[in-house]
Design a protein around this ligand. Structure first.
Ligand code: ADP
Ligand code: MG
Length: 452
């Protein structure tokens, strides 16, 4: 393995600058190439991100040139214990990437105590805020009396908002309360591949039987069941059996069942019989609380101003928030500066931190109108025609999120009289965004146009 990697690195060296090579590749190793699943060892999660975003193509090419089959590439942090900050605990990258490939490989035949739960996801480390308090309350009621209230428990929300963490935490608490409790956590992708494996090996009945014995089934990322007709059928059989026995069922998804097209609608609607709970984007205070908790967990020192800066500038999701947080901590260690010093000297230049907010509001209004093919005057009129009104509300939303303008100022910009109309407009877009994926894409495209 060592020699193979040496050859691969020799290839890489020809394609990147000497500085890049020594910074990013020096401490890498090749851990596995089994079945085309490449695992590269790296020093810490900071490298994972850089290698993945900047050098993945070069690595792939160099592996292939050396006769190695490449289906996917993962990175694994080889902990050295030297660092003051322990990035593995804060960053989701290495673990999630690893567990994803492993989960696909793992077969259902694995050990009986292999319930798919990862003990790192605890309820204690899940910070409660206005974005998730209702879902957490439901989770707690399940933990105290599984199979009664909130059954099935349907949890939905965009990527990186804590779905996996929360449902895994429920599972861990249930097992803690009752070690005999039979529980299985499985992402839909694994359910699917295990099911196919079982069918191909003539073990369809065994597959089914494993589920019959469960007290609680947790299915993650249900949206990926789309297009897998047989798995859907199998899942709903299992679902009905467990439900009739009052066994707890927990399902996560990035959208509501009614938005998952190919699922049998009648069956799918049963998933929300126990209520549909959502996780929303965290507000500024929620983000600060999450970052403070993470800092405390790993014993990292970070100035309150630095926490506020990260919270204010990462507007995507909690996964990105954590990612940027650990990147800043690592950079701070590498450069010997405190996080705030890094931010102040401009080196904390990271992906999700938006470009400086220098865009004039007029320009934003113009870009939104142009995107929707409307003259600014028409968009900013009193028209109640649906598409014009939506464009106006999108403009309000973007002005609020990107420029943090007051609702009174926004009212001025978009030609409405009353600032409560603006509040209503922003709220409307916020709630539509949760489920309307086209709108999400549109707003991202508009932002690209604004900043591009
Ligand atoms: P999803 O499954 O919705 O895509 P995850 O559960 O994987 O999201 O969460 C992404 C990352 O954010 C994880 O590392 C998780 O621990 C962290 N996270 C999400 N919500 C919270 C929270 N409320 N408190 C602490 N960490 C959180
Ligand atoms: Mg998840």
């Amino acid at each position: 393995m060592y020699n193979v990697w040496k050859n691969v690195l020799a290839e890489v060296e020809q394609k990147v600058s000497a500085a890049n090579f020594s910074t990013w590749f020096q401490d890498t190793s090749l851990i596995s190439t089994e079945n085309g699943s490449i695992i590269v060892g790296v020093k810490n999660s900071f490298y994972v991100k850089q290698l993945r975003s900047k050098f993945i193509d070069i690595i792939t090419d160099s592996l292939i040139k050396n006769g190695i089959e490449v289906k996917n590439i993962d990175f694994e942090v080889q902990s050295t214990n030297k660092s003051k900050v322990r990035p593995r605990e804060v960053t989701p990258f290495p673990d999630s990437i690893k567990s994803h490939t492993k989960s696909i490989k793992k077969t259902f035949e694995s050990k009986s105590n292999n319930n798919g739960l990862n003990s790192k996801y605890t309820l204690d480390s899940f910070v409660i805020g206005s974005n998730n308090d209702v879902a957490v309350a439901a989770a707690k009621s399940i933990i105290s009396s599984p199979g009664t209230r909130c059954n099935p428990f349907f949890l939905y929300g965009g990527p990186g908002l804590g779905k996996t963490h929360l449902v895994q935490a429920i599972g861990n608490e249930l097992v803690k309360n009752n070690p005999d409790y039979k529980i299985l956590y499985t992402p839909v992708s694994q359910f699917y591949s295990d099911f196919i494996d079982a069918i191909q090996n003539g073990k369809g009945k065994d597959f089914n039987r494993k589920f019959e014995k469960l007290d609680c089934l947790i299915i993650d990322d249900f949206q990926f069941i789309v297009g897998k007709e047989k798995s859907q059928e199998e899942f709903f059989n299992i679902f009905n059996n467990l439900y009739q026995l009052n066994k707890q069922i927990i399902v996560t998804s990035d959208r509501l069942p009614s938005q998952i097209k190919t699922v049998d609608e009648r069956l799918a609607s049963r998933l929300t019989m126990g209520g549909a709970f959502d996780l929303q984007l965290p507000k500024f205070e929620d983000k600060c609380a999450i970052l403070r908790a993470k800092a405390e967990l790993i014993g990292a020192e970070i100035e309150p101003e630095a926490i506020e800066y990260i919270a204010e500038n990462v507007n995507t999701n909690i996964r990105d928030l954590e990612g940027e947080f650990s990147t800043i901590l690592l950079m701070s260690e590498v450069r010997g500066l405190t996080p705030l010093e890094l931010i102040q000297n401009g080196s904390a230049n990271i992906n999700h931190i938006r470009k400086p907010r220098l865009i004039p509001s007029k320009q934003i209004v113009e870009k939104v109108a142009k995107y929707y093919d409307l003259p600014v005057k028409e968009m900013c009129s009193k028209s109640r025609v649906a598409h014009i009104k939506t464009a106006r509300q999108v403009a309000m939303y973007i002005l609020s999120k990107e420029l943090s303008l007051s609702t009174t100022k926004i009212a001025n910009e978009v030609g409405v009289k009353d600032h409560t109309t603006v509040m209503h407009g922003i709220k409307k877009i916020e709630s539509d965004l949760k489920l309307n994926f086209t709108l999400r894409d549109q707003i991202e495209e508009i932002k690209e146009k604004i900043y591009g």
